[in-house]
Design a protein around this ligand. Structure first.
Ligand SMILES: [Zn+2]
Length: 92
């Protein structure tokens, strides 16, 4: 039993819960020299962590299966509209 954070309704027992990412933020991590240690034979060796950039989760909600499906469909639609809305006028 849990309360769906999208529709705010308590779900019956044994209903599967879905974690839905509602917000992301860009993240950048610097490289860290000699941050990871690994064994090579009997000796330990310090390896560099290359770091990197991407997106990390900023907000996540618990959702019932129905809400999760709806939300993901809506999100995909908005993403497609955003991508095609920006690219279509420039390419055509
Ligand atoms: Zn719901």
């Amino acid at each position: 039993m849990y309360r769906c954070e999208l529709c705010n309704v308590v779900q019956p027992p044994r209903t599967r819960c879905h974690k839905v990412v509602t917000e992301t933020r860009p993240a950048e991590y610097p490289s860290r020299p000699k941050a990871q240690s690994r064994r090579v034979g009997r000796k330990g060796k310090a390896l560099d962590d290359p770091g990197g950039a991407g997106y990390e989760i900023a907000k996540e909600v618990l959702a019932c299966p129905k809400c999760a499906q709806e939300f993901l469909a809506k999100q995909a639609e908005a993403e497609a509209a955003g991508i095609y809305g920006q690219d279509a006028p420039a390419s055509l």
